[in-house]
Ligand binder design. Structure first.
Ligand SMILES: *Cc1c(COP(=O)(O)O)cnc(C)c1O
Length: 399
């Protein structure tokens, strides 16, 4: 299935999108094409100019049948014209940043987000002459204020790491487009089941496929989705030149994981909501952030722009370092490990001092604002698909 007829549902799309039985053998599961090169029947240029999704297979960095199947499935899920897969979420993000921004350009980015992205923006881009303004993007007025005539891109992450800020995509898109800037949304925490930013006006969507879309913690991958013009431009520099091509084997694993994405997201949400309620009523827990809970500061925006509240929540306790130590030793089911979006539950202390010093570098009022939500540290819990009673018992034992 390569096109989405209007009537096809999301579960059918997740399973059949981009896939069809093998014409030679009738195999119903896609073959993994590991070949790095392809026999061509006419002379083909080595230059990457004018390569698009229809260029015949020649070399896997240009394109590959298995990677292409994944890209089609993701385009259908995200309602995008096109998708470009990468070796990791960071390969996707850096390809967008370095290929779309040039010396003299100005970037506005959420002031708290995925640490890898935050650090590229603060450390690498300025060295290339790109001016970066980290902004609390929950406040639209602050975005407006940060705009300059050189602003070329606004980059938001929603829900964001680790505060789970929900950013109003449609409103930020209006601001970006009024000033001829691109809006890029890192939608990793939402997945296309929760939010489809392109429909809300975003120009490009970035995913770490390592998280919900792959869903099983066994393959790194990334993707960028958008309209044909953007993606063709990105294909040239972002993947063909910078070379962050995903392995066909990882593409195949992620495609298999993506088939159950709609079902998994349903249980992620259900389990996360139950755990959020459990944490809310527990006196040992001080502050719970879950976009699906009415107490979340941007719950109204979440209600509007998310079809599913996803499975990540953050919470604060009195002595986070001691609780983290207890978790490392005593958790029976939940893994004390980074990453999110796997079938298995994961928890990790997002230490405030560490994040502020290495990634966010907030000062003054902004630092105070961060600390008022995060205190000395937030536990970020990616609620998995296990029986929720078992997860609650595991948490109850270590809080
Ligand atoms: C994990 C993550 C990334 C980076 O993805 P990798 O696949 O680890 O390179 C980017 N953004 C968000 C929101 C993430 O959670």
């Amino acid at each position: 299935m390569n096109k989405k007829p209007a009537s096809i549902g999301i579960q059918t799309t997740a399973i059949h999108g981009g896939e069809s039985p093998d014409q030679q053998t009738g195999a119903t599961v896609p073959n993994i094409v590991m070949s790095s090169t392809f026999v061509v029947d006419e002379p083909t240029s080595f230059s990457v100019t004018n390569v698009d999704q229809n260029t015949p297979y020649m070399y896997t960095r240009w394109s590959n049948p298995t990677i292409k199947q994944l890209e089609i499935k993701l385009s259908l899920l995200e309602h995008a014209d096109q998708c470009l897969a990468f070796a990791s979420g960071m390969a996707a993000s850096s390809a967008v940043l370095f290929s779309q921004l040039n010396s003299g350009d100005h970037l506005i980015m959420s002031n708290t987000n995925y640490p890898g992205t935050a650090e590229i923006a603060r450390d690498q881009l300025p060295k290339k002459g790109i001016d970066v303004s980290p902004v609390d993007t929950t406040e639209l007025a602050l975005i407006e204020k940060a705009i300059t005539p050189k602003t070329r891109m606004i980059w938001i992450e929603t829900p964001s790491n680790p505060l789970l800020h929900i950013i109003d995509i449609a409103k930020v898109a209006e601001i970006a487009h009024a000033h001829n800037a691109l809006l890029v949304v890192d939608s990793t925490f939402a997945s296309p089941i929760a939010t489809r930013p392109l429909e809300l006006g975003a120009d490009l969507v970035v995913h770490s496929l390592t998280k919900y879309i792959g869903g099983h913690g066994d393959a790194l991958g990334g993707a960028v989705l958008g309209n044909t013009e953007f993606i063709n431009r990105l294909r040239e520099s972002g993947v063909l030149h910078y070379g962050g091509t995903i392995s066909p084997f990882n593409a195949w694993l992620i495609m298999r994981g993506a088939a159950t994405l709609p079902l998994r997201m349903r249980v992620h949400q259900e389990n996360a909501m139950t755990i959020a309620n459990f944490l809310h009523q527990d006196a040992r827990v001080k502050h719970v952030l879950y976009p699906g809970h009415p107490s979340h500061p941007q719950h109204d925006i979440a209600k509007n722009q998310m079809d599913n509240y996803s499975g990540i929540l953050s919470f604060k306790v009195k002595n986070p370092a001691r609780v983290a130590e207890k978790m490392m030793k005593q958790l029976q089911i939940i893994h004390y490990a980074v990453s999110v979006g796997h079938h298995r539950s994961l928890i990790y202390l997002m230490d405030t001092k560490d994040l502020i010093e290495s990634s966010y570098r907030l000062e003054g009022a902004e630092l105070e604002k961060y600390k008022s939500s995060a205190g000395d540290g937030l536990f970020r819990c990616s609620v998995g698909l296990e029986d929720v009673e078992d997860l609650i018992a595991d948490l109850d034992n270590v809080l």
